[in-house]
Ligand binder design. Structure first.
Ligand code: PTT
Ligand code: SF4
Length: 606
């Protein structure tokens, strides 16, 4: 077989056993890899209704045929599991040398189950797999632990690890790599922590088999060149995702004061332009020639790598107008292994709760010292941090009805950094994202602000489906970075070609979109199976955008309309082949080869 190794490395931490199993080639063809392979494994293997922190939950690290190959921006990997934050399917995409090494070690995925009695880490060197003692690493932050592992194993390895937040089961703890790459927003780091697994170190020395290396090289060369020649290349390497701060403020979608507003008078104190002035270097993922990690020196003199989401959530959303301080909070999250988007949401939520007198603690807007302390307390689950570690859905239920109106999440996952009072299409993208509110599957807002942004038209719903197919289906299963296409317009046609040259199986873009639909339907079925019920209200965006109109900026008074949203949601369901409650119809499942899902759905929904 070319392109795939056809092997899963299985590690049972309860029994301290490792094994390698073969994957049916038909599964690989139908699901490609990454997110596709992950959901197939979780659907097939998890006991229904499993507690995410139980030893029976499984944690999957999966690559795809394009991951870690010498192709544009390919150094990515999926980490997936049943989420302790949402109770549904959770995954994240992390840029890491571990993707290169996993390919070279000859595995398509690592599946971890069970729970170690004492802290451990896993060392993988091709077929040699060892579960090793990690007492000396437990308790260390991700930077210090990575340093120790590099001391022990040298630099030529890929390392994935958790920080104190993962160890303390913070429900939005992530998996960190390469001192600043983070993946798995819906608590994948907490699942790792529940298994007492501190780190995975991978060293691969074999070359993945490629069906047509010559054609692949040519195609990759063309794509790399397109990146360099792209009109936006120079600005991209100067600012990367940080250019979005100005854009979001101009378009009134910058999350401000816990998504109360979409504009902020101090946006220029956290902007990409300001970042450029204090930037000291660039970093990025393997095989990338448009590296977008912008490194600055933070308020306490340490290096911190900035991205738009981090800065908006820890800046405008909590009203902190100081980029170096924002950078410090961001770095703290990386060290502790906390998702910056959820953490910024939780901070904004608690600042508002404090403002309204719903909690005893005083946490003022923009209070950097209080924010810093709360981040630390959350990672260690101390004081108010104990509840903060549960996420805004649980926090709001704890505080009552008033608080639920300003809890900014979908299905329990905190919303990423785009306010949607004036963007119904993006609200639908959040509502229907397969992991809870996240922008990665469909950044519809970029197109939306260029059209009639207040409309709830069919064209937006169709565009949403297209984006979900490309971003959520294709890039997450290949698995490779989507930014060459999104940001620099690299031709999408390169991707089916590269996939075909690597695997020897001919794929067109349409074939890959069908794979995307298969993945989406299986993920939706997984949510329904794990919840044991389903209702369309689960696909609604946060209540605030319907109830609290903007009070500032060019769109003062704007809010979403629930009836119009409902119509748009119904159309989305129709185009997906789902019923009025968002449940996949039998014929849709059968058409996609998901016959085995039908009886499970019938049993739950009737
Ligand atoms: C992603 C989410 C994002 S999306 C950001 S910034 W972004 C935040 N980054 C965090 C961070 O950093 N540290 C931290 N402690 N928490 C963080 N939480 C947030 O996590 C990331 C890039 C970016 S930067 C984006 S948009 C693109 N995302 C891709 C994706 O999802 N799929 C894909 N095929 N390609 C992508 N390319 C881009 O990758 P999650 P990374 Mg990320 C420090 O993980 O769970 O998917 O959430 O992986 O290697 O850091 O690259 O403005
Ligand atoms: Fe990583 Fe940025 Fe390159 Fe994508 S564009 S691979 S996120 S460095």
């Amino acid at each position: 077989m070319h392109g795939w190794s056809g092997r899963i490395l299985r590690i049972d931490l309860s029994r301290q056993k490792t094994s390698i199993t073969a994957i049916d080639p038909a599964i690989l063809k139908d699901f490609i890899g990454g997110r596709g392979l992950a959901i197939k494994i979780l659907w097939d293997e998890l006991p229904r209704g499993v507690d995410p922190f139980s030893p029976y939950n499984k944690l999957v690290f999966a690559v795809g045929p394009l991951s870690g190959m010498p192709l544009p921006s390919s150094g990515k990997m999926i980490v997936a599991s049943k989420s302790p934050l949402t109770g549904g399917y959770g995954d994240g995409n992390v840029g890491t040398m571990a993707s290169v090494h996993l390919r070279k070690a000859g595995y398509d995925a690592i599946v971890i189950e069970g729970k170690a009695r004492k802290p451990v880490y896993i060392y993988i060197e091709d077929d040699k797999v060892e579960i090793r003692d990690a007492e000396h690493l437990w308790g260390l932050d991700t930077f210090a632990a990575e340093d120790k592992l590099v001391e022990e194993h040298g630099k030529n390895v890929g390392i994935l690890l958790i920080g104190p937040a993962g160890e303390h089961l913070v429900r939005y703890a992530t998996v960190i790599s390469m001192k600043g790459r983070s993946g798995g927003r819906p608590g994948m780091g907490a699942v790792m922590g529940s298994k007492k697994l501190k780190a995975i170190v991978i060293k691969g020395t074999k070359e993945p088999s490629v069906a047509d290396p010559e054609k692949l090289r040519e195609e990759a060369k063309k794509a790399y060149e397109e990146v360099l020649k792209a009109e936006g290349y120079d600005f991209w390497v100067r600012q990367g995702t940080m250019m979005t701060i100005n854009w979001s403020n101009e378009n009134s979608v910058l999350p401000t004061m816990n998504y109360r507003e979409g504009v902020w008078e101090y946006y220029d104190r956290i902007s990409g332009d300001l970042m450029e002035k204090i930037k000291i270097k660039r970093r990025g993922c393997p095989y990338c020639n448009m590296q977008c990690g912008n490194v600055v020196i933070d308020d306490i003199g340490e290096e911190s790598e900035l991205d738009y989401e981090n800065v908006a959530m820890l800046g405008s959303n909590i009203l902190l107008p100081d980029l170096r301080r924002v950078a410090e909070l961001n770095k703290l999250c990386d060290k502790l292994g906390l998702d910056t988007i959820s953490m910024g949401n939780v901070l904004g939520f608690l600042m508002e709760a404090s403002d309204r007198g719903l909690i005893d603690e005083k946490i003022g807007w923009g209070d950097y010292k209080a924010a810093k302390q709360l981040i630390i307390d959350t990672a260690y689950r101390r004081g108010l941090g104990y509840l903060a570690a549960e996420g805004v859905r649980t926090l709001s239920r704890h505080l009552g009805k008033e608080a639920e109106e300003f809890a900014i999440h979908v299905k329990g996952l905190e919303v990423s950094a785009y306010d949607c009072h004036t963007a119904p299409g993006m609200a639908l993208a959040y509502g229907t994202s397969p992991i809870g509110a996240h922008h990665k599957d469909a950044w519809l807002i970029g197109l939306e602000v260029k059209m009639d942004r207040f409309s709830y038209d069919r064209v937006k719903v169709e565009k949403l489906l297209f984006l979900q197919r490309v971003r959520g289906g294709m890039f997450e299963s290949l698995t490779t970075c989507r930014l060459p296409w999104v940001e620099l317009g690299v031709n999408l046609e390169h991707y089916p070609k590269m996939l075909s040259y690597i695997t020897g199986v001919t794929y067109t873009l349409d074939d890959i979109y069908t794979v995307g639909d298969r993945i989406y339907n299986l993920i939706r079925a997984f949510w329904i199976r794990e919840y044991g019920w389903w209702d369309r209200a689960l696909d609604y965006p946060p209540i605030r955008w319907f109830k609290h109109p903007l009070t500032k900026g060019p769109f003062t008074g704007a809010k979403l309309d629930i009836n119009k949203y409902d119509k748009m949601l119904s159309l989305y369901y129709e185009l997906r082949g789902w019923d009025e409650n968002g449940v996949p119809r039998e014929d849709t499942l059968r058409k996609l080869g998901l016959d085995y899902v039908v009886p499970v759905i019938k049993e739950i929904i009737g």
